[in-house]
Design a protein. Structure first.
Lengths: 291, 304
């Protein structure tokens, strides 16, 4: 079948092209990996020899570990909030018909089309306006903090949560929910006992996607970050004015390996669970074979 | 049904509120996400617009209700306008090149392999999990004066020490190269999806009717995968046109983009009103381009 799409020679050149792209994509990562073990506090060639010093040192660098903690807290708050709001939005968009639905859908997905620099300064202006207003009337200001970053991250990751959750909800057999309602379950009870268990895999994967991206987000956070810097902000300052750059690179390697492992496990787990849930829900349909 | 056997009033009292309640719960469920975006997305954008015309005053001494910042920006000779066209040009070139490179990759994954396509797809997505900043900075370590390429030339004696290759780092080319590097995996995805969903029987039919491979590709595969191509183009155009991080790390003065101007005006440059003008203009331009592409997309779908 595939020989209609591509000839033998064509396939061979496509393979070579793919291989070249993989080299192009991984070569810079390899350079980073090498420098995280290079015995030189400046990032430069030629290489100076092997050391694991940077991996040991970063634990003793409070500024760095503090930034990691801040990023983790922000990512946890933002992704929890984005997923919760995403569940509500997806439920309504998939299950309900109402006036202005297409407009609401477009609005909920609209953060996808704003350049991050514009959204960053827009948030900055919002918080500044609130502060100017509060200062005039009651003489207090809120300022910028981890909360202002988390608020921004919820906005940018909500559309992604919806894009992961809505297709999954769409695939749930609606008759299962109807059956629960007919048997006297309230809306909340139906959601808790039927809908939620069926979307758990999608909930987890949207949470992890938001978490990893929030942990790495710089462009928006840069404008609304307070005194407590996040890891990307620490990294950026290290890249501009390097003092302990190899440590930061070592941390990034660790973060890369960890997030890759988490996402892989989550993705494999999600596939496995969803297949299992699909089989179960198909097995329990009222009219077997109709689905 | 058993419920019908119940006394009539009771049935009503159960059914009615439930039916009317449906609209109420719909509103209650959709309200939190909508409100969040109104307060933290729509209102901030409106505030940017207001600030750009002096509708709000954040710093003492700023002018109230004036179009002067817009006027000086839209002046044909303004520095910012030139920067805007330069950024549009760079972003369009990067998007086009990325799509051209990603298409054969997606084609290979979707139609060329059968067994390992998802593993191979994963292989090109994995780099996405490295810190974005470091993926950019890695090029500094490759292209810099003491980077991989220059030190190779030093050590082989092809170039004298301390005489690095000019334009390798801190140029428009570097910014475009790195932007392409960062976004290619993301571009391949939508194209892959559209090729993956292609009905293979159409290709068989084309070949049965005597079409060559090239004809089948040009008349069947390419037109049907165009929505994915356009989506990929938009996916990369939006983030690159507003980029300021990549140019600030590897662009130097020559790679300076429109986003850098905005960042500077809200930072050391400190002219929020002009910054707001630039931001509104950029957002407007992005919406304009996205709508054109979306229009193109829906027209294609209508005609096929």
């Amino acid at each position: 079948m595939s020989d209609i799409a591509v000839s033998k020679n064509g396939l061979r050149s496509l393979k070579v092209f793919f291989g070249l792209l993989v080299v192009f994509l991984y070569a810079p990562l390899l350079v980073l990996f090498v420098f995280s073990f290079n015995d030189d506090s400046t990032i430069r060639f030629p290489l100076q020899g092997f050391t694991t010093q940077w991996y040991q040192d970063f634990l003793a660098n409070p500024e760095l570990t503090g930034s990691l903690r801040t990023s983790a807290i922000i990512a946890a708050i933002a992704s929890t909030m984005a997923v919760l709001l995403g569940i509500l939005a997806s439920l309504v968009l998939v299950r309900r018909r109402f006036f202005g639905k297409s407009g609401a859908t477009a609005f909920l997905l609209s953060p996808l089309v704003i350049p991050y620099v514009v959204f960053g300064i827009a948030l900055l202006i919002l918080f500044k306006t609130v502060d100017v207003f509060l200062d005039q009337w009651i003489g207090v200001t809120i300022g910028l903090s981890i909360w202002t970053v988390a608020i921004g991250h919820v906005v940018i990751f909500l559309p992604y949560a919806i894009l992961v959750l809505a297709p999954r909800i769409e695939r749930i057999d609606e008759r299962l929910e109807e059956a629960a309602r007919d048997l006297g379950a309230t809306g909340l009870r139906t959601f808790r006992s039927i809908t939620l268990p069926l979307i758990v895999p999608a909930v987890l994967s949207s949470f992890l996607i938001s978490f990893t991206f929030s942990f790495d987000e710089f462009a928006v956070a840069n404008f609304v970050v307070g005194d407590k810097v996040t890891f990307p902000i620490y990294l950026y300052s290290q890249l501009r004015f390097p003092t302990l750059l190899p440590q930061a690179i070592a941390v990034a390697v660790v973060v890369f390996v960890a997030s890759l492992a988490i996402v892989m496990v989550a993705e494999v787990g999600r596939r496995f669970l969803e297949r299992k849930l699909d089989v179960e829900s198909e097995g329990s349909t009222l009219v077997p074979g109709a689905a | 049904m058993a419920v019908d056997a119940q006394p009539v009033p009771r049935t009503r009292s159960i059914r009615r509120p439930r039916f009317r309640g449906k609209n109420v719960t719909t509103a209650a469920l959709i309200a939190p996400p909508l409100l969040w975006l109104v307060v933290f997305f729509a209102i901030p954008v409106v505030l940017v617009g207001l600030l750009s015309v002096g509708g709000i005053v954040l710093f003492p001494g700023d002018e109230v209700w004036t179009l002067s910042s817009w006027k000086s920006f839209l002046d044909l000779d303004s520095v910012y306008m030139g920067l805007f066209w330069k950024s549009i040009k760079m972003s369009l070139i990067v998007s086009a090149i990325c799509v051209v490179i990603a298409y054969p990759i997606a084609y290979f994954l979707a139609l060329g392999t059968s067994k390992h396509k998802y593993t191979l797809l994963l292989l090109i997505i994995v780099p996405f999990f490295t810190s974005f900043l470091l993926r950019v900075a890695a090029w500094k370590f490759i292209l810099g004066d003491q980077g991989l390429i220059n030190s190779f030339f030093y050590s082989t004696g092809l170039r004298a020490d301390e005489h690095p290759i000019p334009q390798l780092l801190y140029s428009q080319f570097t910014v475009m190269l790195v932007l392409g590097y960062v976004w290619i995996p993301f571009v391949a995805l939508p194209i892959f999806v559209s090729l993956e969903n292609l009905d293979r029987r159409l290709l068989e039919a084309a070949s049965d009717l005597g079409a060559s491979r090239w004809q089948a590709f040009r008349r069947v595969t390419l037109p049907l995968s165009l929505p994915g191509v356009v989506a990929a183009f938009v996916f990369i155009f939006i983030p690159t046109i507003g980029e300021y991080v990549t140019p600030s790390l590897v662009g130097g003065n020559k790679g300076f983009m429109f986003g850098n101007a905005i960042q500077d005006l809200f930072g050391p440059g400190f002219d929020w009103t002009t910054g707001a003008v630039l931001s509104m203009f950029l957002f407007g331009a992005v919406l304009f381009f996205t709508l054109i592409f979306a229009r193109f997309l829906s027209m294609r779908q209508l005609s096929t």
